[in-house]
Design a binder for this molecule. Structure first.
Ligand code: VG1
Ligand code: CO
Length: 551
């Protein structure tokens, strides 16, 4: 008889992750070190009983975005789940599940929680990134209490449980297999998700929109959105075959950054600017939770997207009864706040990261959520959801007969335009980035009331957030310089990068006058860029001349 579980001593601690990020993201080569992944997974399984409840006999959901190392990691986790006493694991066929689909499956199947394998928009392949994160029973990223407990446990853990020598599960074969005494159910990764979309949106009107000759281009960026977008857009909605491009998930995403923004979705932007451009363009990221929305020769900023969706939500069947509230991350523009005000609902301002929306959604305080980083979503799951946002825009076009550009321009005319841009400075040595932030924080008391670059700074602070539901306090979530007339600059360091530090500088300026809604954003925001440089001395600290990415 083979023993059910054996213990082995890990050699690689899980360290170096900034506290507060919802998962672990590292180079594939780091994850390939012996026992590295096992350390994280055992730490998770060790703390769950104390944090959530017993795991014996429970159901776990498992899947990833298909990047390099996904299949190996799935087999490792399956063996460990069996040895740790889970009763059943639902795993997406091929080891695949997009992040929003994993959230949907956890909720629909009433699972104990789920493990998602992805490094989201970071590049993949043997030299790329890999990642793992845990989601709780509401389908959302584990709160900080849990991620901190995992981190603490990884530092003291001495052994992990696995089913030594168990044969790998056939991940292609749908249906049930046994691993030790645990059931592994290989599920269709798209089915539950597609059903949920059909419940929310007016598929009939959208089918009619395509049948009337409208065309669309969805760039899945060779990542996990492909199968979902094909099944829904081409399968259920009758979009022409070929509507979804780069629709086969590749282990290295074809060598590209699967990051839907103006810096990385250049082929889509070019196609949408061509003379024969389709009516509607969209893209999503590695794990399909982000979205980018385009009209013909027209790019929608994510902050505007959230505001437009909120303003028109009652046109969509799933939101017919109106919104309970809106939530946006602090650096996201205030465009949604203006809509919330006109609707007479609250707009909650949270720190960056989707996990902060979970409590608001669970408590019924918000229905729509969004981040400036191409993330939009709603109460239907507890993750941001790329294809959902695309279908929402499609539903709006079908319901109003208006183009993307017409919808956005009408929105600006009614609510004013929030010019917006984010400048990223990537690969700064960590000590220098920390020094820059420390210097900014030290200057805060002296900045309020000063006039810089022709703008009066009304408030200068370091954003802190008290969760209205559980009372938890998150400090140091971004340095803000709030200027007169709805202009502001926000500085924060990324928590998701895997090389050096990334400084994000968020720039925003409100323009109520419709005669001034057609200016180049970088021109409108130039005084704020100068203000940011004057205060933060970014060039000096970073040793760089210009940001590496502008979105
Ligand atoms: C970035 C974005 C943030 C987003 C996070 C995860 O974080 O700014 O808005 O929630 O990525 O998105 P940071 O700390 O690097 O700024 V995803 O699609 O990579 O899960
Ligand atoms: Co993502």
């Amino acid at each position: 008889m083979t023993p059910l579980s054996t213990l082995r001593v890990p050699t690689q601690p899980y360290a170096g992750q900034r506290p507060g990020t919802s998962g672990l993201r590292k180079k594939v080569t780091v994850f390939q070190q012996p026992h590295y992944l096992e350390n994280f997974v055992q730490a998770l399984f060790d703390i769950l009983p104390g944090q959530v409840g017993p795991i014996a006999g429970q159901t776990l959901v498992l899947g990833g975005d298909g990047r390099f190392h996904n299949r190996v990691a799935v087999q490792t986790i399956l063996r460990m789940a069996a040895a740790n006493g889970f009763g059943r694991v639902l795993v997406g066929q091929g080891g695949l599940l997009s992040t929003p689909a994993a959230s949907a499956v956890i909720r629909k199947q009433g699972a104990y929680g789920g493990i998602i394998l992805s490094a989201s928009h970071n590049p993949g392949g043997p030299d790329g990134d890999f990642g793992i994160k845990y989601n709780i029973a509401n389908g959302g990223p584990a709160p900080e209490k849990i991620t901190e407990a995992i981190y603490a446990r990884t530092r003291e853990i001495e052994a992990y449980r696995t089913l030594e020598g168990a044969a790998p599960i056939d991940l292609q074969r749908l249906g049930t297999q046994l691993l030790g005494t645990m059931t592994v159910e290989v599920i269709d990764p798209v089915a539950d998700y597609a059903e949920l979309m059909a419940d929310l949106f007016d598929f009939e009107a959208m089918r009619a929109w395509f049948a009337a000759g409208h065309r669309m281009r969805f760039d899945a960026m060779s990542a996990i959105a492909g199968p979902y977008a094909k099944a829904v857009l081409e399968g259920r909605l009758g979009a022409a075959p070929g509507t979804v491009v780069n629709g086969e998930p590749l282990e290295d995403f074809g060598g590209h950054h699967p990051d839907p923004n103006p810096a990385h979705a250049t082929a889509l932007i070019a196609a949408m600017a061509a003379p024969d451009a389709p009516d509607f363009g969209a893209a999503s990221d590695g794990d399909a939770d982000r979205n980018m929305i385009l009209g013909r020769d027209f790019v929608v900023t994510p902050s505007d997207s959230l505001a437009v969706l909120a303003a028109h939500a009652t046109l969509v069947p799933g939101y017919r009864d109106g919104l309970k509230g809106i939530a946006r991350s602090m650096p996201t523009s205030c465009a949604a706040d203006v809509v919330a005000q006109s609707l007479g609902i609250a707009c909650h301002e949270t720190p960056t990261g989707w996990k902060f929306f979970g409590n608001l959604l669970d408590a019924g305080l918000a229905t729509l959520c969004g981040e400036e980083s191409y993330g939009t979503g709603s109460s239907h799951v507890r993750e941001k959801d790329g294809l959902w946002a695309v279908l929402f825009w499609l539903n709006l076009q079908a319901a109003t007969g208006r183009s993307v550009e017409a919808l956005v321009r009408a929105h600006w005319a009614r609510f004013g335009r929030h010019y917006y841009s984010r400048h990223d400075w990537e690969g700064i040595p960590v000590e220098r980035a920390d020094a820059l932030m420390a210097s900014l924080r030290a200057q805060l008391p002296a900045l309020a009331g000063r006039e810089l670059q022709g703008l009066r700074v009304q408030q200068a602070d370091d954003f802190a957030y008290t969760d209205p539901v559980d009372g938890s306090l998150s400090r140091q979530q971004g340095v803000r310089l709030l200027c007169e007339a709805g202009a502001r600059v926000v500085f924060r360091l990324s928590g998701t990068g895997t090389e050096g530090a990334t400084l994000r500088v968020y720039l925003e300026r409100f323009e109520p006058d419709p005669a001034r809604h057609d200016l180049p954003p970088q021109q409108v925001l130039a005084p704020l860029v100068a203000l940011a440089e004057e205060v933060a001395q970014i060039r000096t600290y970073s040793g760089m001349d210009a940001p590496t990415v502008i979105t």
